[in-house]
Design a binder for this molecule. Sequence first.
Ligand code: FAD
Length: 495
Amino acid sequence: MPGTEHNTPRSTDVLLVGAGVMSATLGTLLQLLDPSLNITIVESLSAVAEESSDAWNNAGTGHAALCELNYTPELKNGSIEITRAVKINEQFQQSRQFWATLVERGLLTNPRSFINAIPHMSFVQGAEAVDYLRRRHAALATSPLFSAMEFSTDAAKLREWIPLMMRDRDATQPVAATRFADGTDLDFGALTRSLIASMQQQGSSLLLLHRVTGLTRLPDTRWYVEVQDLTTKKTSKITARFVFLGAGGGALPLLQKSGIPEGRGYGGFPVSGQWLRCTNRAVIEQHAAKVYGKPALGAPPMSVPHLDTRVIAGQRELLFGPFAGFSTKFLKRGSFCDLPGSIGSENLVPMLAAGAQNFSLTRYLVGQVIQSQADRIAALSDFIPSVRGEDWKLEIAGQRVQIIKSDKDKLGKLEFGTEIIRSADGSLAALLGASPGASTAVSIMLELVTRGISIGTASAEALRSLVPSFDLSLDKDAALYERMTERTRTLLQLK
Ligand SMILES: Cc1cc2nc3c(=O)[nH]c(=O)nc-3n(C[C@H](O)[C@H](O)[C@H](O)COP(=O)(O)OP(=O)(O)OC[C@H]3O[C@@H](n4cnc5c(N)ncnc54)[C@H](O)[C@@H]3O)c2cc1C
């Protein structure tokens, strides 16, 4: 890889811990805002994007709330709440705009290597669910962000959209689907590798096989970061003006080591994932959509079953899942001591309180863990009635560490979102949580730099030159949404 360092530098302006999509996004943004910054990325594995950001470790859905039913809950009065869906969609539009700007400036050269147009669909069965989907479609249609969404209960139309899913299906069962043609599949691994290669070409340093083992605040606002070379086992120290803990599941232990008061009371609950991966190319070629269904009772939002067309290394693939599992590791290649090692006097109460409040999740996870391959194929047969078990094999996906935090009323609560914890002086920030994840990396990093970090602030004008709708609402401005969609579609070759 160009510019990969072998010698640990003594000091740097920005130290990014972890070479996943989050560090890559923040590093690229900072370098564009101030090309004079000295940026160092420290990664414990031997290559970039080998953990959650790797294409086979996540679902690669460009989450824009086009197909995920958990973003549009039904309220007690029967109405459909779309606020969250609008927010996620706007966040994803910011990612699209940022990537398009990078293509325009020649910093990303081959958009098809990481983003591809794949329709996003929701699919439901049974009269009640069909009624919900119809009302969800009507509620979303009021926003320009979703006005291109189609709804159908017509078997002939559904056969056209999802022939594999309609073959051998019981015709007496009511079914419905929505379809948004302009959905996307992302290879976040390929994106991360391209972003980091581009950062290196602009002068950033990448230290592979180096682990951050500790960090101490200096009397000024700088940090003294301990880095171990995993080849020589030697430890050195790097002084950094700003540290970003983009270590995925490894961020929580490092946040705890930093000792910043803002990080007190946080804990993590790991949920592992598994997929069924289709091995029969003839089957893979019969499906071209990301189809999300209804979650099972007690299932966490990120465990909604989906049948996913993927484009990985230029080839179409098909995944079904995820099936949740439980492991005490915080990273797929982490240690079984990660969870017990993260529990201490500061977060014990929130952890216990969150555990006591989430019995349905525990029951769901136990059910998932004891599933057999036949159970998984039976779950898949809801999506593909003609499924043949021998066409599918089980693969391990990435780990997600859900956030547990202290809460005034409930003592502790479990959260399924993503959160940036930032020290008051802006010299350190950590990213916890994993949903909606990589799709919203750009908006998360825009929020971080606007809140202020110790290496300087960015003007709204500078941010708008990278992400034109950075401080504007596309939901409230249909013409701007149309313009932005056209621009990103063209630059990202999504037509
Ligand atoms: C099953 C599953 C499905 C998902 N589906 C989607 C989806 O469809 N769409 C979506 O947008 N998002 C999805 N996500 C979420 C998405 O994958 C993550 O939000 C994203 O990849 C996180 O990126 P990251 O850079 O924070 O972490 P990672 O990619 O995990 O990178 C962190 C890096 O830090 C390194 N590291 C850790 N500790 C240290 C240390 N002490 N020193 C040095 N290096 C360290 C690790 O080795 C790793 O390379 C999914 C996640 C999972 C697990």
